[in-house]
Design a protein around this ligand. Structure first.
Ligand SMILES: C=C(OP(=O)(O)O)C(=O)O
Length: 301
């Protein structure tokens, strides 16, 4: 496996601690103050990174949806105005960049359109994430590839053919491009029977050179911890201050306490997985002497 080294010094891949991403996405609800609190909580929980989603609303919202009216915390407004209101610009991302650096946590974003890559380049992100919805957007992928920065692609809502074609497109650009692939199911929240965590192993067999990870949308933490036991070298979970907040992603997100629990459980599990080589531990010898009738010579002294 070709491990991926980020400009922050963190390494993603085999033999490395799982890289844990707290996905803020748009859970800041357009508030820089909330974004900063989420960065603080992500750092307190010892996550490796916080992540955002960056869109140019005029490019991402289909024209026929612009004028659809909806109720928002800021009153009734058109869908395009709502998307504009929740999108951060240069001022906010500069503050985010500064705040994350102060707190010693990586940050990056998934750009949803070509202009957003140009925008994010000003901040020299540690990596780019390609959302599942963008897996077949070759124009966006090509724009990212020209930055040369590590690329993490997510595979929700995708067929094996689409995944294989996108990976081939990237390898065709540069055989050694620093790439990571996340297994994901794009259902919010995702039911256990649709998680299909064994795909982490399948993707590992399909792309043995590439670090495989997991982008989860389930409720609860156990299945994300299990993903690490199954070989995920990075994991991402949606993150919010409060699941009851207004907005579509909050309900399927973990809160600060849950994130801290998740990080601790993942760290315990990656140690517990061990090396698969049988040994008798010091702590077992007393038990052996007390409970076993026939003790082999090497332990009988
Ligand atoms: C939607 C995103 O990712 P995923 O497809 O992994 O949920 C994203 O990163 O913006």
């Amino acid at each position: 496996m070709k491990n991926v080294t980020l400009s922050s010094g963190k390494v993603i891949g085999k033999g490395q601690p799982c890289y844990i991403i707290a996905e803020i996405g748009i859970n800041h609800n357009g508030s820089l103050d909330i974004a900063k609190q989420l960065i603080d909580e992500g750092a307190n929980a010892k996550a490796d990174a916080v992540k955002f989603q960056k869109r140019t609303p005029e490019l991402c919202v289909p024209l026929d949806q612009w004028e659809i009216q909806r109720d928002t915390p800021w009153g009734r407004m058109s869908y395009i105005d709502y998307k504009r209101k929740t999108e951060f610009g240069n001022l906010e991302y500069s503050a985010i960049d500064q705040h994350a650096k102060q707190r010693g946590i990586d940050w990056f974003a998934s750009p949803w359109d070509v202009e957003s890559v140009t925008f994010l380049e000003h901040f020299s992100p540690v990596l780019y994430k390609l959302a599942s919805a963008s897996l077949t957007d070759l124009e966006l992928i090509e724009k990212i590839l020209h930055t040369g920065r590590p690329l993490m692609i997510s595979t929700g809502m995708s067929t094996v053919k689409e995944i294989t074609e996108t990976v081939a497109f990237i390898k065709n650009f540069d055989e050694n491009y620093p790439l990571m692939i996340a297994h994901s199911t794009s259902a919010y929240p995702c039911k256990p029977e649709e998680l299909n965590l064994s795909m982490i192993r399948t993707l590992g067999e399909m792309f043995p050179d590439t670090p495989i990870g997991y982008s989860g949308h389930e409720t609860g933490l156990a299945t994300t911890v299990a993903a690490v036991a199954l070989g995920a070298t990075f994991v991402e979970r949606h993150f919010t201050l409060d699941r009851a907040m207004w907005g579509s992603d909050h309900a399927a997100s973990v809160e600060p306490q849950g994130l801290a629990r998740l990080v601790k459980d993942i760290r315990d599990v990656e140690i517990a997985v061990g090396d698969g080589i049988k040994k008798v531990y010091e702590a077992e010898i007393g038990q052996m002497k007390k409970l076993r009738k026939h003790i082999s010579a090497e332990y009988s002294m």
